[in-house]
Design a protein around this ligand. Structure first.
Ligand SMILES: NC(=O)c1ccc[n+]([C@@H]2O[C@H](COP(=O)([O-])OP(=O)(O)OC[C@H]3O[C@@H](n4cnc5c(N)ncnc54)[C@H](OP(=O)(O)O)[C@@H]3O)[C@@H](O)[C@H]2O)c1
Length: 324
């Protein structure tokens, strides 16, 4: 290190071992979840909590090339996720120590430079809340619609980004007061809102607000309790960005998941897909002889169905009507 000598460092460290489901440390937002064992992944015992932070570089290692003293930086939350292709993960405040300390040391590859126009408070919410909202919204653009659930840290960051990008926003909350405040704050264009506490069928309200079609994207923070309803009010072919798990995580609430998922997401079979496929086949002149199991006469339909029920087929079995 250069000339700075740190003689003391203050850090808050958990004094207990991680016990799933047992409240341990009182903090805010994502850190509450992580510290309290609310994350569905293990937390290092006696670790330092919190993962949103911003700070100034006061000293550098000799081999650091990309950063200088005085740079305003923040660590990424998943410190193994530099390019998005790494096979492993390591979260601050979960798999490794978090940031609730006055001095932090990081490898330069795990730090991002912060926008200079923001004060420290604004900059400090970028790494976790900000980047989560950014990732959840990625690929969506002006004219798309998004349901943003709740008025927490990730959701409010997502609301700011979505409005800046020209998305139509439906905001949900359990509180009419919060919704009223947000409608006033984001009045032009008018913010569409839904109260998920007073209306257990809030997904139907979202459908009504979107002419029955649903939104292009849901930023999902509830998990088991809300996921199926979120899918039901997502446009066919739309996206649910699952970021959170704030509701009671009871898998029995997911009983309808598969049919809804298939209906909304996977088997689209819209006409333009078929037109596109036919165009692709004409262009490639692909044939399917190698994936036709067999061709049977029409009056062998019974046997053919039995053959398929027994799972003997490879590919498709075709019944030919005589003369065709
Ligand atoms: N995947 C990631 O990388 C990542 C990163 C950060 C956070 N997270 C997770 O994302 C979730 C949100 O994080 P946060 O930091 O924004 O939390 P937060 O600030 O504590 O947000 C809580 C808000 O979410 C709303 N909410 C609570 N239960 C809900 C439910 N069942 N359905 C819909 N909305 C509900 C409530 O809003 P109202 O009061 O308006 O009803 C509540 O105030 C957490 O589960 C967190 O662990 C994930």
């Amino acid at each position: 290190m250069a000339d700075i000598q740190i003689t003391a460092r203050r850090a808050f460290r958990r004094t207990d071992n991680y016990t799933p489901g047992t409240p341990k440390v009182k903090l805010v937002t994502e850190d509450v979840n992580t510290a309290n064992g609310g994350n569905p992944w293990p937390v290092t015992p006696h670790g330092i909590p919190c993962n949103d932070a911003a700070g100034e570089i006061i000293a550098l290692g000799e081999k650091v090339k990309t950063l200088s003293r005085g740079d305003r930086v923040a660590p990424i939350v998943d410190t193994e996720n530099i390019t998005g292709r790494e096979p492993i993960r390591s979260w601050l405040a979960a798999d490794e120590d978090g940031v609730l300390a006055d001095y932090l040391v990081f490898d330069e590859t795990k730090l991002c430079k912060l926008p200079t126009y923001l004060d420290w408070v604004g900059a400090s919410i970028i790494p976790c809340a900000g980047v989560t909202a950014w990732a959840a919204l990625k690929g969506f653009t002006v004219g798309h619609s998004v349901l943003i659930q709740g008025t927490g840290g990730v959701s409010m960051f997502a609301l700011k980004l979505a409005r800046a990008a020209g998305l139509q926003v439906v905001l949900s909350s359990s509180s009419e007061d919060k919704l009223e405040k947000m409608r006033q704050q984001f009045s032009s264009p008018p913010l569409l809102t839904v109260n998920y506490a007073s209306n257990p069928n809030w997904h139907e309200e979202v459908l009504k607000l979107t002419d029955g079609a649903g939104v292009d994207l849901v930023i999902e923070v509830g998990g088991c309790q809300s996921l199926v309803k979120s899918l039901k009010c997502t446009k066919r072919g739309g996206t649910v960005s699952q970021v959170g798990y704030l509701s009671k995580q009871d898998p029995s609430q997911l009983a309808e998941l598969l049919p809804v998922l298939i209906d909304r997401r996977v088997i689209l079979r819209i006409k333009t897909h078929m037109d596109d496929l036919c165009a692709a086949l004409s262009a490639t002149q692909m044939n399917f002889d190698d994936v036709i199991d067999s061709v049977q006469p029409f009056d062998k339909a019974d046997e053919a169905i039995e053959y398929i029920l027994q799972g003997k087929q490879i590919g498709k079995l075709v019944l030919r009507i005589e003369g065709k």
